[in-house]
Design a binder for this molecule. Structure first.
Ligand SMILES: Cc1cc2nc3c(=O)[nH]c(=O)nc-3n(C[C@H](O)[C@H](O)[C@H](O)COP(=O)(O)OP(=O)(O)OC[C@H]3O[C@@H](n4cnc5c(N)ncnc54)[C@H](O)[C@@H]3O)c2cc1C
Length: 382
């Protein structure tokens, strides 16, 4: 199997590496401290075409492969996980429901600005009482007056509350089938729509630059043309979108692991104890060798899932495996890298400590790792 990047993929990765080092890395620490989403960076990324990577040119994007997207993420995520997390949420779950299930009119109206980088996309699935159990959502959309009235509440929604946010594509219950099983539809609710409000930005252990909030919908009326896809098959549409999101979280995870490996290796060569660099101690060398080996395994699972998507082959199980392996590796590697730094690694002034904080959410977002186990076990026939 050949995972060598094509020329356009290599050019994209080089562009992202350059942008990350020039525009993101110098301001990453300050944005983390300020606890705000640095939309000025995302706007610049938009001007370079990076906010429409997975969207075809006919809708304002650049139609990059999923493999290219992973390579871009590797380049961006080593500089800062907050910007990379906002970018990936926008590029996958924030944009893909419209690309995959929207009408041409909806793509022109909402997807094009997302792909051209003048707006940020958000995906509203999780609720206070329904996270892993997506079927358990309580938000309802009722057909009325040539449109839909939405009532409910969404939790932990990323990218909906920034100065670049366009609104949210959300999932709501639309009714029940003949056997009483709930049906779901997805709807665009734009910012400024009557009855749509939101809570303050939440503060996480990591990802301080990601804007994540609760969203509230009180008798929000949207016209019929805000329904995205089938009024009864919205849950399947959302779950399909999440499959790509999992490749994206896996890519974010390998970028974090690469970042902490680079930091730990650099520090181990410089830090001297007992008269020699700590990199001379075999205990430290073995930690570094283990991180590098696990990273390589996670990397190939991630590129494999991406390549399957590009080949239009099923990739649900592989995306779950990649997300499971890569996020676990990132959490463990970040801890080992802090250990190699000793006391200074514990201090939030150091990049390795920030990466450690950023790692935990990778095991939770876009389906917890327990849910990835369930997806894989089901694919095995359990
Ligand atoms: C920073 C951040 C950003 C986010 N952004 C978004 C977003 O943009 N849009 C969005 O819709 N959501 C978003 N989320 C929500 C995220 O997807 C959910 O937090 C996640 O799916 C888990 O849901 P929960 O938090 O309700 O946990 P729960 O589902 O309550 O799970 C709690 C624990 O129980 C375990 N568990 C649950 N069910 C099972 C089971 N059947 N078997 C075994 N274990 C189980 C879980 O794995 C977990 O360990 C975000 C979350 C965070 C932290």
């Amino acid at each position: 199997m050949d995972f060598d990047l094509s020329e356009p993929e290599q050019e994209l990765a080089a562009l992202c590496r350059d942008f990350a080092q020039r525009e993101i890395a110098p301001v990453a620490a300050a944005a983390w401290e300020e606890n705000r989403c640095p939309t000025e960076i995302l706007e610049k990324m938009g001007k370079l075409g990076l906010l429409g990577l997975l969207v075809p040119p006919e809708w304002g994007g650049i139609g990059m492969t999923t493999v290219g997207f992973v390579a871009a993420m590797e380049a961006l995520g080593v500089a800062d996980q907050s910007v990379a997390s906002a970018w990936q949420a926008h590029s996958t779950i924030g944009s893909l429901p419209l690309l995959l299930f929207g009408t041409d009119e909806q793509k022109e109206r909402w997807l094009r600005p997302l792909a051209e980088g003048t707006a940020l996309g958000a995906f509203g699935l999780t609720e206070p009482d329904a996270g892993s159990d997506a079927r358990g959502i309580a938000t309802r959309a009722v057909c009325r007056d040539g449109g839909w009235v939405v009532n409910g509440r969404k939790a932990f929604i990323s990218n909906a509350g920034t100065d670049m946010s366009f609104g949210v594509t959300l999932l709501a219950r639309t009714g029940e089938d003949d056997r009483g099983a709930p049906q779901y539809g997805s709807f665009v609710v734009e910012r400024g729509t009557d009855g749509f409000t939101m809570g303050p930005k939440m503060k996480g252990i990591g990802w301080h630059g990601l804007d994540t909030r609760e969203l509230y919908f009180d008798d929000v009326w949207v016209p019929d043309d805000h329904l995205v896809g089938d009024p009864d098959l919205g849950l399947g549409q959302f779950l399909k979108t999440l499959e790509v999101g999992r490749i994206s979280i896996a890519a974010l995870s390998i970028s974090l692991t690469q970042a902490v490996l680079d930091l730990a290796l650099g520090y181990a060569k410089e830090r001297r104890q007992f008269g020699r660099a700590i990199a001379d101690f075999q205990a430290i060398q073995f930690k570094l060798a283990d991180i590098a080996t696990e990273l390589e395994a996670a990397r190939w699972l991630t590129y494999r899932a991406a390549a399957l998507r590009d080949a239009q082959r099923p990739f649900m199980k592989e995306a779950a495996m990649a997300k499971l392996k890569a996020s676990r590796t990132a959490m463990w590697a970040a801890s080992e890298a802090v250990q190699i730094h000793g006391g200074i690694g514990y201090m939030l002034e150091t990049p390795v400590a920030r990466f450690f904080c950023d790692a935990k959410v990778l095991e939770i977002g876009e389906g917890t790792n327990e849910i990835q186990h369930l997806v894989i076990a089901r694919a095995l026939g359990c």
